[in-house]
Design a protein around this ligand. Structure first.
Ligand code: SF4
Ligand code: SF4
Length: 438
C-alpha cells in the first residue's frame, strides 16, 4: 500500500458549517412528495401515470428516454394529485409529479426479500440496474447503465474503481453512508464488477480514511477478486476524474499492474446498485448533508427522494437569520436553489444555506494581478486571462489550447482576493459554446 498524493495545486478545503460526520438521522416522511422527471443528465423521463392514479412505493412513474435518461419511481405510496412545472436557476425547465402520501408502505420498515445475484449473467444485471433507474448519485446523475454500455468498446482489461476520496467537506453524507452501509457498498461493488465483467476492484481512498478502507478491503477479499488499495491526498479537487486517473495510472505504472480501462463509482451509487439487484428496490431515499451558517442544526439526514428542501431545513431547526444563498451540492460547484419547494433528488448529496458573512461579502474590485488563481488551478490554466477574455475586458494573446480543459472546480474563484466570479464566468461561457482558447 502506497500513498499517492497528486495535486500540488488545488486548495485545502475546510468549512466549519458542514454537519458532523458521526451518524445520520432519518427525516420525517413528507405528506406531499415532489418527484421530478429529470433527476439525471439526459432528457425528461416520459410519465407513465397521471393525475388521480394510485401508486405504490417503488412504482415506475416515468420511463427514461434514451442515453442519459433514467427511469423514475414513486418513493411513497399515495395518489398523484398534480403535475407541476418550474424553471430551475439555470433556466432549464422541469416537470414533477406531486404524490400525496396515502396507504401503507411495502418496503420501509418491513422484512425485505433478498434476491441472489451471483449466478445472474452480466447483461441481465445491467438490465436490472437500468430498470431501477440507478444513476451516479455523487453529482453527475449519469445513468450507470450508460456507463456499462460505454465499456463495451474497451479493448483491454476493465477495472472498477471505488472512489472514496473525501477532498470536499460537503461529501459528509457519502462518508456517513460508507460507515453505516459498508456491507452494502462492498456487495454493490461486487455486483458492479460482475455486471461490467471487471477483473479487478481498485479502492481509491483519501489517506485519512484508511481505517474504513481496510475494513472494506477485508470484506471484499473474501470474494476472491483481485483488490488494490491506493491512498491519495485530500487536497480539493483530488477526487475529480482527471486527477484520479493520473494517480491511478501512476500507481499502475510503478506497481506494474495492468488496470486497463476503469469505471469509477462512489459509495452512494454502489449501495444503490446493491439495493436494486439484491432487494429489487429503486432509489427511494438518500443521505444528504444539510448545513451552512444559516442552519440552526446542521446534520446528515436520510431523506426520502421528493422531500421539499424547505421541509428539511425546518427539521434542522430552521434558520438563525435570513439566508443569502441557498443551494444544492457542494457550494464550490453546486447550483443555486430559487424555490424552497424544490425537492431532494437522486443526486442531492448536500443542501446548504449561507448567511452573507460566510459568502465573504459581495464587494468586488479589479484584478490586482496577484496570480493566486494561477497557483491553485489544478489544470495549469490562467484563470485571470480566461476571465478577462470571456468578459471582453482586455484583448489578449489567443492560442489554441487549454480553456476547454477547465472543469469548473472553483478553486480560482475561492482564492481570488478581488472576489471575481472566475470559474462561474469561464464555465458559463463554455456552456454557451463560446470556447475560449488561451
Ligand atoms: S480555471 Fe477552471 S480548472 Fe482552473 S481553477 Fe478555475 S475553475 Fe478550476
Ligand atoms: S486571483 Fe483574482 S486578483 Fe489575483 S490575479 Fe487572479 S483574477 Fe486577478
Amino acid at each position: 500500500m502506497k500513498f499517492f498524493p497528486l495535486i500540488p495545486r488545488g486548495i485545502r478545503y475546510t468549512d466549519s458549517t458542514v454537519p458532523p460526520r458521526d451518524s445520520s438521522v432519518t427525516a420525517f416522511l413528507p405528506g406531499l412528495s415532489v418527484i421530478p422527471l429529470i433527476q439525471h443528465i439526459g432528457s425528461k423521463a416520459n410519465p407513465v401515470v397521471t393525475v388521480g392514479d394510485r401508486v405504490g412505493e417503488g412504482t415506475l412513474i416515468g420511463r427514461g428516454q434514451g442515453l442519459g435518461s433514467a427511469n423514475i419511481h414513486a418513493t411513497v405510496p399515495g395518489r398523484v394529485v398534480r403535475i407541476v412545472s418550474w424553471k430551475m436557476a439555470e433556466g432549464l425547465s422541469n416537470d414533477a409529479l406531486v404524490i400525496k402520501l396515502d396507504g401503507s408502505f411495502e418496503k420501509l420498515g418491513r422484512y425485505e426479500e433478498v434476491f441472489p445475484w451471483d449466478t445472474i449473467p452480466p447483461f441481465e444485471l445491467q438490465r436490472i440496474i437500468a430498470e431501477y433507474g440507478i444513476v451516479e448519485m455523487e453529482g453527475s446523475g449519469r445513468p450507470v447503465s450508460d456507463m456499462f454500455y460505454s465499456l463495451r468498446s474497451a479493448q483491454d482489461t476493465v477495472s472498477l474503481v471505488v472512489r472514496c476520496v473525501f477532498d470536499d467537506p460537503w461529501l459528509a453524507a457519502d462518508y456517513v453512508l460508507l460507515k453505516e452501509r459498508l456491507e452494502a457498498v462492498a456487495e454493490g461493488s461486487l455486483i458492479a464488477a460482475r455486471a461490467g465483467r471487471m477483473e479487478r476492484i481498485v479502492l481509491v481512498f483519501s489517506r485519512r480514511e484508511k481505517d474504513i478502507a481496510h475494513s472494506l478491503m477485508e470484506i471484499l477479499e473474501k470474494a476472491g477478486i483481485p483488490i488494490t488499495l491506493i491512498l491519495t491526498g485530500s487536497r480539493y479537487p483530488q477526487r475529480n476524474r482527471r486527477e484520479l486517473e493520473i494517480v491511478i495510472r501512476r500507481y499502475a505504472q510503478k506497481e506494474k499492474i495492468e488496470l486497463g480501462t476503469f469505471l469509477a463509482l462512489g459509495p452512494a451509487t454502489l449501495a444503490a446498485i446493491h439495493d436494486a439487484v439484491k432487494l429489487r428496490k429503486p432509489i427511494l431515499s438518500r443521505y444528504v448533508a444539510v448545513g451552512g451558517s444559516a442552519i440552526k442544526k446542521p446534520q446528515v439526514m436520510k431523506v426520502q427522494i421528493g422531500t421539499r428542501i424547505g421541509e428539511i431545513f425546518a427539521e434542522c431547526g430552521g434558520f438563525v437569520d435570513k439566508p443569502r444563498r441557498i443551494g444544492s451540492g457542494s457550494p464550490l460547484l453546486g447550483r443555486t436553489v430559487v424555490d424552497m419547494d424544490e425537492p431532494v433528488i437522486k443526486t442531492s448529496f448536500a443542501i446548504f444555506a449561507f448567511l452573507s458573512g460566510q459568502l465573504g461579502g459581495t464587494f468586488r474590485s479589479k484584478c490586482i494581478g496577484c496570480g493566486e488563481c494561477r497557483v491553485v488551478c489544478p489544470v495549469g490554466l490562467d484563470p485571470e486571462a480566461l476571465y478577462k477574455y470571456v468578459n471582453c475586458t482586455e484583448s489578449l494573446y489567443v492560442r489554441p489550447g487549454k480553456a476547454a480543459e477547465c472543469y469548473g472546480c472553483g478553486c480560482c474563484e475561492v482564492v481570488c482576493p478581488s472576489r471575481l466570479p472566475l470559474s462561474t464566468s469561464i464555465i458559463r461561457s463554455a456552456l454557451k459554446g463560446n470556447y475560449v482558447w488561451i
